[in-house]
Design a protein around this ligand. Structure first.
Ligand SMILES: NC(=O)c1ccc[n+]([C@@H]2O[C@H](COP(=O)([O-])OP(=O)(O)OC[C@H]3O[C@@H](n4cnc5c(N)ncnc54)[C@H](OP(=O)(O)O)[C@@H]3O)[C@@H](O)[C@H]2O)c1
Length: 311
């Protein structure tokens, strides 16, 4: 497969890029000027790099010259929690993503795989199926959902297969340091008591290596079309996950469970029903939580000194 990947310099995109290379796919990535290639340093010489970003008119030239079989669109402006209700969610992502879809289709690309989010469901508070109604409560979730709906219409009208991976919480070595698992590990390793909510939420974590295999499985299965949950399928109360992390480091360490309250819009149960992706593609998650967390801890210990200071 000749693949074009946006967001390849990010956490998930770097794993996907490696997964494609592992399968001998030809890979080009669309970065923006100034994107750091640190997550791809060891495979950089095996990929073609275009640094026009996905938002400008120049994207046409890249797509017309490279002519991918499949575009994986992972780039997104405003993934961090603090940006979830910023207006740039719409401005920077909606039209540029639709334009990318149109340009890919017009260049003869057969398949477009976009990456959505559990945030599209909003406060669903149960195990979610793709056919469930969505009610996103943030601009991030609303914009993701809009791209999935309008993108599908654009792709279908141009004869390009459109797949939307609705991703739940991913984790793994190299994750962005503000998310819960790296925050918790770094706090505990530094001997600090982490400040946590009561941790009663039921949460679905998926290892990032499994996300990468899921996205490729969706791309290579010709019957895969439309939205697919991409989750671990092993949701648990957050308290269990937090305690498992603490126990990996030192069971005696104190946890600040309940030190902070829930957010007003806190979703208490986010769990992916993964039947659609497993039956359509045969994919299933391979990394169990215990093994995945141990890998994160190992990587964090190795790279602790090079990480930015904790906020
Ligand atoms: N991680 C999760 O648990 C999770 C859950 C659900 C959905 N997702 C989705 O998965 C995708 C990847 O997430 P991630 O966790 O890997 O995030 P990330 O590490 O922050 O990566 C984001 C990627 O998007 C690129 N990007 C951001 N703004 C851009 C812009 N204006 N122009 C061009 N590229 C831009 C970044 O490039 P730079 O390197 O230049 O910054 C980076 O490659 C996103 O679409 C996100 O919404 C992630």
């Amino acid at each position: 497969m000749k693949a074009l990947v946006t967001g390849a310099t990010g956490f998930v995109g770097s794993y996907l890029t490696r997964e494609l290379l592992r399968n001998d796919d030809e890979v080009a990535i669309l970065t923006r000027p100034g994107s750091s290639l640190r997550r791809l340093a060891d495979v950089q010489d095996r990929i073609t790099i275009f640094d026009q970003g996905f938002q400008g008119p120049e994207v046409v030239d890249v797509i017309q010259s490279y002519r991918p079989d499949c575009c994986f669109h992972l780039a997104w402006s405003g993934v961090a929690g603090k940006d979830r209700n910023e207006l740039f969610q719409i401005e920077d992502n909606l039209e540029p993503s639709l334009n990318l879809i149109r340009q890919c289709a017009d260049a003869g690309c057969e398949t477009f795989v976009g990456l959505g989010s559990q945030a599209e469901y909003g406060p669903i508070n149960r195990k979610a199926k793709e056919s469930d109604p969505v009610n996103p409560s943030t601009l991030y979730g609303k914009t993701k959902w809009a791209v999935s709906q309008l993108g599908q219409a654009e792709a279908e009208s141009r004869g390009m297969r459109f797949v939307w991976g609705r991703l739940f919480s991913s984790y793994g070595p190299g994750d962005n340091s503000d998310w819960l698992i790296p925050y918790l590990m770094r706090s505990l390793l530094a001997g600090q008591r982490p400040s946590l909510t009561p941790c009663e939420q039921i949460w679905d974590f998926i290892h990032v290596a499994d996300v990468a295999t899921a996205l490729r499985a969706l791309a290579v299965e010709p019957s895969a079309q439309g939205t697919f949950n991409v989750g671990g399928g092993d949701a648990r109360p957050l308290r269990e996950i937090v305690e498992a992390i603490r126990d990996l480091i030192d069971p005696q360490l104190p946890l600040g469970i309940g030190d902070v309250g829930y957010r007003p819009d806190q979703v208490m149960h986010l769990e992916a029903d993964i039947e659609r992706i497993t039956t359509t593609t045969g994919w299933c998650p391979q990394v169990d939580l215990k093994t995945g967390l141990a890998g994160c801890l190992e990587e964090l210990k190795d790279h602790e000194k090079t990480l930015p200071a904790m906020r």
